[in-house]
Design a protein around this ligand. Structure first.
Ligand SMILES: Cc1cc2nc3c(=O)[nH]c(=O)nc-3n(C[C@H](O)[C@H](O)[C@H](O)COP(=O)(O)O)c2cc1C
Length: 371
């Protein structure tokens, strides 16, 4: 490999050169016009931080806990399907990297390796992500397998009930492989349910469009694993998640891969944090590319963040080492940001460190709007 990339954007650039067009677009792409994909970075970039001086920052502790399990810094790996699109060792490389970096990986229901294989390779905490399937027996069977294999939480993705329009995949005629976590006969009519690019909405999909809040209660009563609801974007849904038995929510718009022109997740994070009012934990994903982004999410109330696309860039560039390096870059950048903002623990990061509106706005009649 040439010189080691120094940031996540460089990882993406090199990964782009290594991956086929179909794979790169599958990972990088989002729904329809990709407006929120761009908005997410614009919003994160426009939140300003307030550096603080002459605070003793000699000892900084980035560790925290999620659902009682310790992680060495507040960045986890999102559930994301088909890691084999980026590297032949797929989720086995990713889970080893997560363990080596002292953090947690959530395994996608659409992983390229079985959940048992990935659990065996894990050296750190792991969660399993699944959906409400039309077949409730299958829903429970997946939960049982995750329990038995040693996963410590079930991450329920609730924002993926409708087939999204991802135009890059349509143009490239991209179809990912089926997941080995399901029997072959679930790939009805040869149409891979997990991507379903050419299926009419919902037709060949084993996921249940009828799933509702009561199903969360039902699953919570039928598994000993805590439930993490992924895909919350409004206060009411955060509140409902707590009411119906979830132990945590992930404020997420699925990397804007389903509905376009939503707010960026960082914009709605505070309302969800307020709505759950400390009853359950709140995490956030979407567009995290810098340690300063992690800092901003924590300042606005997230307990931890997760990353999706960056793990693929690390995998594509250098397999396990690449994912570990992506995580270490974010850790180092967060550590430096904390130090420069006078913070020594992740718990102490709060809104006082942020500024959203330029101080010039009150001084100049026609000051530029940044947000
Ligand atoms: C290639 C790819 C596959 C994904 N597959 C899943 C999935 O199987 N289940 C899921 O809940 N989210 C999935 N996601 C969404 C991620 O979990 C996450 O919400 C999103 O990527 C976060 O945004 P970021 O990529 O900007 O970090 C996927 C994302 C990508 C990029």
């Amino acid at each position: 490999m040439d010189a080691k990339p120094v940031n996540i954007y460089e990882y993406e650039e090199i990964a782009r050169g290594k991956l086929g067009r179909g794979e790169y677009d599958f990972i990088a792409g989002a729904a329809t016009d990709e407006i929120t994909l761009r908005r997410t970075r614009a919003v994160l970039d426009s939140i300003m931080m307030k550096p603080r001086m002459l605070v003793d920052i000699s000892e900084r502790d980035l560790s925290t806990t999620v659902l009682g399990q310790e992680i060495s810094f507040p960045v986890m790996l999102d559930p994301a399907g088909n890691h084999s699109a980026a590297h032949p060792e797929a989720e086995l490389a990713t889970v080893r990297a997560a363990g080596a970096a002292g953090t947690l990986m959530a395994l996608s229901a659409q992983a390229s390796r079985t959940l048992e294989e990935v659990a065996q390779a894990a050296t750190g905490p792991i969660w399993f992500q699944q959906y409400f399937f039309k077949d409730r027996g299958l829903t429970l069977e997946m939960a049982r397998r995750a329990e038995e294999a040693g996963y410590s939480a079930l991450c329920l993705t609730v924002d993926a009930k409708v087939k999204p329009k991802r135009e890059r995949n349509i143009r490239n005629d991209y179809k990912g492989p089926a997941s080995p976590n399901y029997a072959a006969d679930l790939n009805i009519a040869g149409s891979n349910w997990s991507f379903g690019l050419d299926a009419p909405t919902g037709a060949n999909d084993i996921r249940d469009p009828a799933a509702a809040w009561a199903d969360l209660d039902w699953l919570a009563a039928n598994t000993r694993l805590p439930l993490v609801v992924k895909g919350i974007m409004v206060a009411e849904d955060g509140y409902q998640s707590a009411e119906y038995g979830a132990k945590a929510v992930i404020v997420s718009n699925h990397g804007t891969r389903y509905l376009d022109t939503t707010f960026a997740t960082i914009e709605v994070l505070p309302e969800v944090v307020d709505a759950v009012d400390g009853r359950i934990e709140v995490y956030m994903d979407g567009g995290i590319r810098r340690g300063s982004d992690v800092f901003k999410a924590l300042a606005l109330g997230a307990r931890a963040v997760l990353i999706g696309r960056p793990l693929f860039w690390g995998l594509a560039v250098d397999g396990e080492e690449g994912v570990k390096s992506v995580l270490e870059i974010l850790r180092d950048e967060l550590d430096a940001t904390m130090g420069m903002c006078g913070k020594t623990t992740v718990e102490s990061i709060d809104r006082d460190s942020l500024g959203g509106v330029s101080p010039l706005l009150s001084l100049l009649p026609a000051a530029p709007q940044f947000l």
